[in-house]
Design a protein around this ligand. Structure first.
Ligand code: URA
Length: 208
């Protein structure tokens, strides 16, 4: 797996503002969306293009168009939804595949409760969205599900990751590329990333 930490000043500045403990729901939500846009710009830099001739103001002109079936965006419920509009601002034609997975409290196994994957998945690059890559359990289950469905190219876009989660995903899926704003220090005993952002879902949705 290759991990791309995007060190652009705008990305790092916005992440720094998100870490402030008294940030409002409005600001947190807006910044999650802005960071999603900036990280998507990086994550899509190898999309293939093909030349096309269009009629411009001064006659015909050759332009570049993104080739083939393009992208499906896969927000992991619930917090991944906070990045969806930012990504769709950048890739308005992307199909959205929704996967809902929760962890059984007794067995700790991931349980799929909702799956709706875009058609022609084998021809699309999947861009998984989640603000936090913590233990990696949900991400692993999502990647497994996409691969079972026939998806051949998968990337993940996150704001912050824990080294433990990254390592787990790297071992199981070395072909998946990860784009993020920061690899933080570690997980705490409750599975939260330190220093992290706290509960990103609660902060995006204004719950708790
Ligand atoms: N999910 C969150 O929202 N925050 C963490 O730190 C870990 C998982």
């Amino acid at each position: 797996m290759s991990v791309h930490v995007v060190r652009h000043p705008l990305v790092q500045h916005k992440l720094g503002v998100m870490r402030q403990h008294d940030i409002s729901t409005k600001n947190f939500r807006e910044l999650a969306s802005e960071l999603a846009r900036l990280l998507t710009y990086e994550a899509t830099k190898d999309l293939e293009t093909e030349p096309e001739t269009v009629q411009g103001w001064s006659g015909s002109v050759q332009v570049e168009r993104i080739k083939g079936k393009k992208v499906t965006v896969v927000p992991i419920l619930r917090a991944g939804l906070g990045m969806l509009d930012g990504v769709l601002d950048m890739i308005p034609g992307a199909k959205v595949s929704v996967i809902g997975i929760y962890r059984d409290e007794e067995t700790l196994d991931p349980v799929r409760y909702y799956v709706k994957i875009a058609g022609n998945i084998e021809q699309r690059m999947a861009l998984i969205l989640d603000p936090m890559l913590a233990t990696g359990g949900t991400l692993l289950a999502t990647i497994d599900l996409l691969k079972e469905a026939g998806c051949r190219k998968i990337k993940g876009v996150f704001l912050v990751a824990a080294p433990e989660g990254l390592e787990r995903v790297e071992k199981a899926h070395p072909d998946v590329e990860i784009y993020l704003a920061s690899v933080d220090e570690r997980l705490n005993a409750q599975g939260y990333i330190l220093p992290g952002l706290g509960d990103a879902g609660d902060k995006i949705f204004g719950t708790k």
